[in-house]
Design a protein around this ligand. Structure first.
Ligand code: C5P
Length: 412
């Protein structure tokens, strides 16, 4: 991807890896991008404003309270002026400030004020990186939508070995290209292409109890459904996520209801209706155990326990079938291990939804529980196949598809 015409706001933090930021500026400019450099007070201990400005071809922003800098470009304007904000190196201090919303210097203020995606390339001592506080801060920033590249494993300037080394400038360039490949503006709540729309999403597996300590489940991790919830919220929608038991955090900016069984999931969906869009991304168990024990089943010499199954309600089909309060767009998933498209077409007709997102979940494809997905959009108007993509990217593209549906006022 060419970076021609792209503007990168580059915050250079105070770490020995700051020298790599100089090379990064060259690499970005070689590819046609322009760089707006910002140097923290600590960053200035490692690289000089003169070398940064010479390589960037523009002056360096250093001070939140500089009259001359504010006169040429105020900090709010500067925070919005670029297509992407990149922090190189992202020190433990900058990460902690950003995770907690501190704004006591130019760099942290820009990170709080920006409406653009932020990409951080961490660099620090291995113990600082592995410290619970840093890991907590990184997890918080990831929930907030901040992107990370690295750190890598390796020998450090301090002589220790482990994760904490900043990745190389070309790896950061690749991460910048990836981040710029989709929309970078983060709308305020109430803005964005799905502003004013309400979306209900089911996600994750259901657990169907056998007795108080045992249950039937499946391998769904909830990653795809949660990613859609996050992307929809970022597009300005009011999102209700009804999640089965998962090991991933609730997405920020989304109302999440936690349920266990299919029947609880249906009740939570019914309670959240009406909505403009319903997305059934959960892997709902088709059956529940009808004779689930009130007490833990005991081993017995008189033979094996026998489980009787009852069919669970089909949440997707029941939302599709609503005469009153049917969402304008009802979207289902079809996770199959064979005949993916044909089964999806059958499901589209049988469950009367507007769109089925079909994917192959054969174990060798690593989709269930993995971070990537290869989907086919099956609707009455045909089949659209997408390449293998990160689940986050699939989510962003789906949200673009839903937005286009409402713009056109038609069926996706
Ligand atoms: O029939 P199948 O389970 O393959 O259909 C998958 C789609 O139907 C998914 O969108 C899933 O969330 C939804 N579904 C549901 N309730 C069920 C079973 C499936 O909402 N009981």
């Amino acid at each position: 991807m060419s970076l021609t015409g792209k503007r990168v706001l580059l915050i250079i933090g105070g770490g020995i890896a700051a020298y790599k930021a100089l090379d990064l500026i060259r690499r970005l400019r070689e590819r046609g991008a322009s760089v707006l450099p910002v140097l923290t007070a600590a960053g200035k201990q490692f690289v000089t404003p003169l070398s940064v400005a010479s390589l960037a071809g523009v002056s360096v922003h250093e001070d939140l309270f500089s009259l001359t800098e504010e006169a040429s470009m105020g900090h709010i304007e500067l925070s919005r002026a670029a297509d992407l904000v990149v922090v190189v190196p992202a020190t433990a201090d900058l990460i902690a400030k950003a995770a907690n919303g501190l704004a006591n210097d130019l760099a942290s203020t820009l990170l709080l004020a920006t409406d653009k995606k932020v990409l951080m390339a961490p660099a620090m001592n291995v113990r600082m990186w592995l410290h619970a506080a840093t890991q907590r801060n990184v997890a918080q920033l990831e929930r907030d939508g901040v992107l990370f590249v690295g750190p890598a494993d390796g020998e450090m300037a301090c002589g220790e070995f482990g994760p904490g080394r900043m990745v190389e400038p070309l790896d950061i360039v690749a991460a910048i290209e990836k981040a710029l490949a989709s929309s970078t503006v983060i709308p305020l709540p109430g803005n964005g292409p799905l502003a004013g729309r309400k979306i209900i999403i089911t996600s994750g597996p259901t657990h169907e109890p056998i007795d108080p300590v045992r249950y039937i489940a499946n391998r769904s991790s909830g990653q795809q459904g949660h990613a859609i919830a996050k992307a929809a919220a970022r597009a300005g929608a009011r999102v209700v996520l009804v999640s089965g038991p998962v090991a991933i955090p609730d997405p920020s900016g989304v109302t999440t209801h936690h349920v266990e069984t299919a029947r609880e999931m249906l009740a939570a969906v019914e309670a959240a209706l009406p909505a403009d869009i319903f997305i059934g991304a959960a892997a709902v168990a088709d059956w529940r155990v009808e004779n689930a024990g009130a007490q833990k089943m005991k081993k017995s010499t008189s033979g094996m326990p026998s489980l009787q199954f009852a069919e669970n309600p089909d949440i997707l089909a029941s939302v599709s079938a609503k005469s009153k309060d049917r969402p304008a767009l009802v979207v289902g998933f079809a996770a199959e291990t064979e005949n993916v498209i044909a089964y999806a077409q059958d499901k589209l007709a049988r469950k009367k939804c507007d769109l089925i997102i079909a994917n192959d979940v054969s174990p060798e494809r690593g989709v269930m529980g993995g971070s990537k997905n290869e989907v086919h959009l099956v609707s009455k108007s045909g089949v659209e196949s997408w390449p293998l993509l990160d689940k986050d990217e699939v989510a962003r593209r789906l949200v673009d598809t839903f937005s286009a549906h409402f713009k056109k006022g038609g069926v996706a």
